[in-house]
Design a protein around this ligand. Sequence first.
Ligand SMILES: NC(=O)C1=CN([C@@H]2O[C@H](COP(=O)(O)OP(=O)(O)OC[C@H]3O[C@@H](n4cnc5c(N)ncnc54)[C@H](O)[C@@H]3O)[C@@H](O)[C@H]2O)C=CC1
Ligand SMILES: O=C(O)C1=N[C@H](C(=O)O)C[C@H](O)C1
Length: 212
Amino acid sequence: MKIGIVGYKGRMGKEIKDLFEEKNHEFVWGYDKDGEYFQDKPQIIVDFSLPEVFEKTEEYVRKFNVPLIIGTTALQDEQFEALKTLSKNVPVVQSYNFSIGIQLFLKMVDFLKDKIDGWDIEIIETHHRFKKDKPSGTAKMIKDKLGKDVPISSLRLGNVSGDHVLYMANLGEVLSVSHRALSRRAFAEGVLKSAEFVINKKNGYFTFTDVI
Ligand SMILES: NC(=O)C1=CN([C@@H]2O[C@H](COP(=O)(O)OP(=O)(O)OC[C@H]3O[C@@H](n4cnc5c(N)ncnc54)[C@H](O)[C@@H]3O)[C@@H](O)[C@H]2O)C=CC1
Ligand SMILES: O=C(O)C1=N[C@H](C(=O)O)C[C@H](O)C1
């Protein structure tokens, strides 16, 4: 397929471009700080940029009338509303974390969340020193899945791709669930799965949970 990437010069944009080309897909369009790269009309647009770029992404998705896969975090409520509106005309897949492991993490949280009343619960997320948002979108997803207002601590260290730990403790024991992304390829693999999932769909709003 012919892919377009918003944020194609970034850490994730490069990872996604490399993986798609490794699988014999074609990078034909991009948008980044220095503007538009155009080789051909893309069949799908992937956005891993920043929230302030969202309106441009929305403009290009409407222009090309193609599916959107968006991984950019720290989106505002009105931007989520805009995604829902877009999804009436094209398929949209949104997730703050495209790794399989975090999907399994969230299923574990769904299982245990009603069994830890009265326990102390905290989340620690660790990312690379360049990450602009805090806390991570993934940590927010874990908190939302818990359905409890728990503290989130954020560490910014070196080139860590993405660590998340959920700690739960009562006065007699500690239980933890943890996930470590060994590289950004874990996320890119999920983006590829999502692209294959939506490429022939007409419209609809999906999360990565729907994809796997
Ligand atoms: N959903 C997921 O699985 C994952 C989500 N992310 C999220 O993806 C986003 C990007 O992460 P990274 O690639 O590490 O960041 P990055 O900073 O390396 O890449 C962002 C890209 O957007 C471009 N950009 C910034 N401002 C722009 C503007 N005004 N107009 C056009 N382009 C602009 C930058 O030049 C850069 O190429 C972040 O929100 C991050 O949290 C990151 C990894 C996995
Ligand atoms: O910025 C990153 O790198 C990541 N951001 C996402 C988040 O904010 O949860 C996903 C992943 O943890 C990597």
